[in-house]
Design a protein around this ligand. Structure first.
Ligand code: HEC
Ligand code: HEC
Ligand code: HEC
Ligand code: HEC
Length: 206
């Protein structure tokens, strides 16, 4: 056998040997890996599982509108209002004190709308039944559905709120969608947030 024949021989034999070697190591170790994984995997303990979807909060109400994912909920406002029900005072008994509104609602200053002529109380509050808000046409709106009242003027923000681009979700992504109501964040009488600086700032580089 001369050298050229010997090298030709190697060309055929070596790859074959390598394939056999790799195949052997693969298969022999695969069995080991699988059984090791099986041993390391714990059985699912159903008693230790938690629900990813948190239940709908008690103070949530179903919204009058639907979003792209169907029905959703928003946070009730009536339970948060100190002076609800309004009809406990706003009934058919006459108020005999002068400037009674100033006394009972002195804390309310309307800074909303035009700077020189702010919105009137009755633009938002139903004049005949104080327990309700009002549409511009005089129909009653429940305080829990305040978004319908704000949305008459701020229709773009209402649309964004329905879609989820404005406002905030209360629950996690899983389960029913529950979002904050307009007045969870905005004071209707003074809805603009105060400008403020960040609490901390970056130290200048030099
Ligand atoms: C503790 C009693 C009391 C409660 C509770 C109360 N009000 Fe009044 N409110 C008054 C009195 C008194 C006046 C002045 C007389 C009037 O206009 O009837 C007044 C006046 C008003 C006015 C007219 C203000 C003006 O300047 O003309 C509005 C609007 C109003 N109330 C809204 C409400 C709403 C909305 C609620 C419930 C969220 C409420 N009030 C709850 C006592 C009360
Ligand atoms: C832009 C609309 C708007 C205007 C204008 C407005 N209100 Fe209101 N008011 C609301 C809404 C909405 C609420 C409910 C707030 C909430 O959800 O917490 C409210 C709540 C109240 C409450 C109950 C507050 C509480 O926590 O119990 C009183 C009282 C009240 N308004 C009186 C007045 C009076 C008096 C005026 C006029 C001087 C006035 N409002 C003007 C929209 C308005
Ligand atoms: C009758 C129409 C009307 C209604 C109803 C109304 N607003 Fe307004 N709102 C205005 C006007 C007008 C302005 C002043 C716009 C401006 O200065 O550019 C304003 C201003 C605002 C601003 C400040 C905007 C800014 O550029 O900083 C916010 C926030 C706001 N409203 C929220 C609300 C909320 C929340 C409600 C419902 C509780 C509501 N508005 C109901 C007419 C309305
Ligand atoms: C989770 C809190 C939150 C909720 C809920 C919310 N807003 Fe706002 N809103 C904000 C913040 C924050 C801004 C930005 C204020 C700023 O830039 O100073 C804002 C801005 C606004 C403005 C000023 C214009 C703009 O788009 O920046 C309007 C008008 C407004 N909101 C109306 C509404 C109405 C109407 C609803 C209900 C349909 C609503 N908001 C619900 C937090 C909220």
């Amino acid at each position: 056998m001369n050298t050229s024949k010997f090298t030709k021989c190697l060309y055929y034999i070596l790859p074959g040997l390598l394939i056999i070697f790799f195949a052997y190591t693969c298969f022999s170790s695969q069995e080991g890996v699988i059984s090791r994984i099986k041993k390391a995997t714990l059985k699912v303990d159903k008693t230790k599982q938690v629900d990813t979807a948190i239940p709908i909060p008690k103070n949530a109400v179903k919204a009058n509108v639907q979003y792209q994912g169907g029905t959703f909920y928003t946070i009730s406002r009536k339970s948060e209002m100190k002076r609800y029900k309004c009809s406990s005072c706003h009934n058919n008994k006459k108020v005999l004190i002068q400037n009674a509104a100033d006394i009972s609602h002195a804390d309310i200053k309307v800074v909303h709308g035009d700077k020189d002529s702010p919105l009137a109380c009755n633009t938002c509050h139903n004049q005949d039944n104080r327990d309700f808000l009002t549409t511009s046409k005089g129909s009653k709106i429940d305080f829990d559905h305040v978004y319908d009242m704000c949305g008459q003027c701020h229709f773009r923000q209402k649309k964004d709120w329905i879609g989820g681009a404005h406002g905030k979700r209360v629950t996690y992504w899983a389960g029913e969608r529950v979002v904050e109501n307009c007045t969870s964040c905005h004071d209707p009488h003074s809805p603009r947030f105060k400008k403020r600086w960040p609490a901390t700032y970056s130290v200048p580089l030099n």
